[in-house]
Design a protein around this ligand. Structure first.
Ligand code: ACO
Ligand code: PYR
Length: 538
């Protein structure tokens, strides 16, 4: 049975640019357009030429090789002809394969926002579509607020959509601009539009995520007949975002309900690169990826639960809805107080430690981890501290050096210029091969001073830790008050590109930080000797 084609339209560079806090540079727009082109979407909407110099510059040449490159803009203004509308002229001068107009389709907006008659708006839609078609562009019309408009005045909303279709638009796109429409309403309204004379093969959906259902709304529209979906990478977009193409694409390709009926332009290889793409896009946005993101998040195929891990390791399908490799993600069986022996055996194996499930020392390790987690440690996020703990119990960890004491002071006083400042100083005494070394350092705060002092003179190990860097420091107070237990997580990396996280817990924040720092240095020394860290680069 032949499958029907679903067309994917990406608006990361236009609606995504309307996300609070997101502002792409020209170079970023160029590289995102390339990423989308390689992914295999059908349309890349580049922005709004004429709205700002950057978007105008972006449209001085076509930015995609395979995908159709789309310029966005509003329909002509009422009161001027299409040929005399400066906004429309800029749009048609843009180097693009297609033009996507935003048109009003809610009579309330026509009255309040445009301040014109309903017929004048219909004329503007018709004239704009005809002008862009005459200029050789494929035309799409985003019917803004279509669903709210249809609920208020179905005859007029449908008239706007039909005007666009009859004037020659290739796609009429129904927008849930305010994002409040529910999937059942989307399905019912799209069905009525198809019955109202616009073929599904020319209908698209542009859902917003204000009730967390943009993806569900896109799928509901497809089920009702629409064949174009507009969305963005990682779901960015105005307010709560747009339909997340990174969630939609795997669903369309992997779920039989869609995969058996429809095809898209996305290849299985591109699908297998989607985790990498999604995380690379977050990197470009300079933000941490959402661990719980469907399909591509770090936790999407992770389990802490002992009962799950035990079955998962027998047959992955017991707890996985699709194979993680199909989207380029990986299975993670984590160790924590929720885990049983199966979690530990799997995680230890990944780290190169083979231990049978019946081994007594394994029971002791599981019990120790649960006991320490009750005290406040969290090993699921502190891979290196877990590995050191396990190796101390099941293997060996060399006694590289021994810190005999440390002291930190914080002083708040006026400096020589009369400015009130804080000064932090640390003194660390270390025993290496029976020889005691003392280091003193100043830092931006006590933990920084301690870190500098600890790493200032580690004798024969000094050169080995030169490329060790602390990249993140997280403090969590586990119970209230100034006498609270504090958990510190430190993320480190080295010149070889490996990353690892260590944990310390104490009722003193400096002591908790010190434990995490010590684990990080010992782990690095172990890693240098190939005694640990086989999983640290993953
Ligand atoms: C739902 C969406 O996401 S649509 C996309 C929204 N994105 C953007 O607005 C980003 C880019 N926009 C801009 O840079 C500017 O708004 C511009 C350049 C387009 C227009 O700027 P200005 O001319 O200064 O107008 P301003 O932004 O103040 O107001 C919008 C005008 O467009 C009119 N307008 C809005 N939608 C339409 C439409 N579909 N067709 C015709 N006119 C429209 C409004 O009535 C208003 O006109 P008015 O100034 O006579 O009241
Ligand atoms: C066009 C658009 O972005 C919207 O209606 O939400």
């Amino acid at each position: 049975m032949s499958r029907e084609r679903i067309y994917l339209f990406d608006t990361t560079l236009r609606d995504g640019q309307q996300t609070p806090g997101i502002d792409f540079s020209l170079e970023e727009k160029i590289s995102i357009a390339r990423m989308l082109d390689e992914l295999g979407v059908d349309y890349v909407e580049g922005g709004y030429p004429g709205a700002n110099p950057l978007d105008t510059a972006f449209f001085t040449r076509k930015r995609t090789a395979k995908a159709k490159f789309v310029a966005f803009g509003m329909t002509k203004r009422v009161g001027v002809s299409a040929s005399n509308d400066p906004g429309l002229a800029t749009l048609l001068r843009a180097e693009a394969d297609a033009v996507c107009f935003v048109a009003k389709s809610w009579d309330y907006h026509v009255r309040v926002a445009l301040g014109c008659t309903k017929d004048e708006n219909l004329d503007a839609i018709r004239a704009s579509v005809e002008a862009a078609s005459a200029a050789g562009r494929a035309v799409m019309v985003d019917c803004e607020h279509f669903f709210d408009g249809f609920k208020a005045n179905p005859t007029y909303a449908l008239a706007c959509a039909r005007t666009a279709y009859e004037a020659g638009a290739r796609w009429v796109v129904l927008c849930d601009t305010n994002g409040g429409t529910q999937p059942s309403e989307v399905r019912a309204i799209v069905e009525q539009v198809v019955r109202g004379g616009i073929p599904g093969a020319q209908l698209g959906i542009h859902p917003h995520n204000d009730t967390g259902q943009a993806v569900a709304n896109a799928l509901a529209a497809v089920e009702a007949g629409a064949r174009q979906i507009q969305g963005t990478l990682n779901g960015i977009g105005e307010r709560c975002g747009n339909a997340n193409l990174v969630s939609l694409i795997p669903t369309l390709l992997l779920k039989p309900a869609y995969a058996e009926r429809f095809e898209t332009g996305i290849s299985p290889d591109a699908l297998a690169g989607i985790t990498h793409l999604s995380r690379g896009f977050d990197e470009l946005l300079n933000r941490a990826p959402d661990a719980q993101s469907p399909y591509v998040g770090q936790s999407a195929f992770a389990t802490k639960a002992g009962i799950h891990a035990s079955a998962l390791l027998k047959e992955p399908a017991t707890y996985e809805h699709v194979p993680p490799e199909s989207v380029g993600n990986r299975r993670r069986v984590m160790v924590s107080d929720q885990g049983g022996k199966a979690n530990f055996v799997a995680e230890l194996k990944r780290r190169g430690i083979d231990v049978p499930k019946g081994e007594g020392r394994l029971d002791a390790l599981v019990a120790l981890v649960k006991e320490r987690e009750a005290e406040g440690y969290a090993y699921e996020g502190a891979d290196a501290s877990f590995e050191l703990l396990a190796r101390r119990m099941l293997d060996t960890v060399p006694d590289f050096f021994h810190v005999t004491s440390f002291r930190c002071t914080v002083e708040r006083r006026y400096d020589a210029n009369g400015t009130l400042r804080t000064f932090s100083e640390a003194v660390v005494k270390v025993l290496i091969d029976g020889e005691e070394k003392m280091s003193v350092a100043e830092g931006h705060g006590p933990v920084n001073a301690l870190d500098i002092a600890l790493r200032k003179d580690l004798g024969k190990y000094q050169r080995e830790i030169a490329d060790l860097e602390l990249v993140d420091f997280k403090v969590r107070i586990l119970n209230g008050g100034t006498a609270a237990t504090t958990r510190v997580l430190i993320e480190s990396h080295d010149g070889a590109g490996a990353r690892w996280t260590t944990v310390g817990v104490s009722d003193n924040i400096i002591d908790a930080s010190f434990q995490a720092l010590m684990d990080s240095i010992v782990f690095k020394l172990m890693k240098n000797r190939d005694l640990a860290g086989r999983a640290a680069a993953e």
